[in-house]
Design a protein around this ligand. Structure first.
Ligand SMILES: *[C@@H]1O[C@H](CO)[C@@H](O)[C@H](O)[C@H]1NC(C)=O
Length: 276
């Protein structure tokens, strides 16, 4: 039986050069089916296209079925319970952004003994006083003292800790370049809406599926006076602050958002990255 004109025209027409990979795959499928159907006297193009479509659909639904649901996160009273959860999950890698004196890091490292690598990201330097009106924005001498104090406090875990004394955005870029992913990120750096949003968006891709993104100070500016967290570094005003940035991200990605329920004041928030 002679080859059908279709293969001839593909080999010789102008359109050959414009064929995409998808077309090539289709032709291969058609080629296989053609051989199968040859005894029956040639192929039916409609049938082949339909067959290919059903194969594609089957692959897609298989992928969806293989994404297991996550176990719901447990309710937690305070941020100090997060480390217990990380330990229970056998997680091994974490990043804390906004370290200050290293008290929270010390608690985490002491509790989360399965941790193998804990990155500490902080500029430990004063930032613009006009746009960053935060009690944490102390002078440079004080920041230097905090940095030394942190290193002393965390010295028992020296082999596990890594210091990134730089802007959080730069530390995220550096980590991304090394193609490293972590199980846990805790955001406690800039408290303005833009800064918090930027940290969340930059660090989310660095978290493994099933890992945890959490942070401090789930608050609107009205709740933190006399501090002022409403001013972004570009001078724009966003009184929704950390609370706004976190809620917006959770809504955008359809992620359940969890808050600590019995802190003396500064509530933490946390959410889990879906498995796929
Ligand atoms: C963590 O590791 C322990 C010991 O290997 C194991 O029994 C447990 O099931 C693990 N937990 C999770 C959540 O994988």
């Amino acid at each position: 039986m002679p080859r059908k004109p279709l293969s001839f025209s593909i080999k010789n027409s102008e359109s050959t050069r414009r064929l995409s990979l998808g077309h090539v795959a289709l032709i291969v499928v058609m080629g296989v089916c053609y051989v199968v159907n040859q005894g029956g006297g040639g192929y039916d193009l409609t049938y082949l296209v339909a067959r290919r479509t059903s194969i594609t659909t089957a692959v897609t639904s298989d992928a969806a079925a293989s994404c297991p649901p996550l176990k719901p996160l447990p309710p937690i009273k305070g941020r100090n319970e997060i480390a217990l959860f990380l330990q229970e999950m056998n997680f091994t890698h974490g990043i804390e952004i906004g370290v200050q004196r290293g008290n929270f890091a010390a608690h985490n490292l002491g509790t989360w003994t399965a941790c193998q690598n804990y990155k500490l990201v902080d500029l430990w330097a004063q930032q613009n006083l006009e746009t960053y009106k935060d009690v944490a924005n102390v002078n440079n001498q004080q920041h230097e003292n905090f940095y030394q104090e942190t290193q002393n406090r965390l010295s028992p875990w020296k082999h596990k800790t890594e210091y990134y004394r730089m802007m959080s955005v730069d530390a995220a870029k550096y980590t991304a370049k090394q193609e490293m992913q972590v199980d846990f990120v805790y955001v406690d750096a800039r408290h303005d809406y833009c800064g918090c949003k930027e940290d969340i968006e930059n660090y989310w891709p660095l978290i493994k599926p099933g890992g945890i993104l959490a942070g401090h100070d789930f608050m609107h500016n009205d709740e933190v006076r006399p501090q002022d967290w409403s001013i972004c570094s570009d001078g724009s005003i966003h009184p929704e602050a950390v609370k706004g940035a976190v809620m917006e991200f959770a809504n955008k990605h359809g992620l359940p958002l969890h808050l600590t329920y019995r802190e003396p004041k500064w509530n933490s928030w946390w959410m889990q990255k879906p498995l796929c």
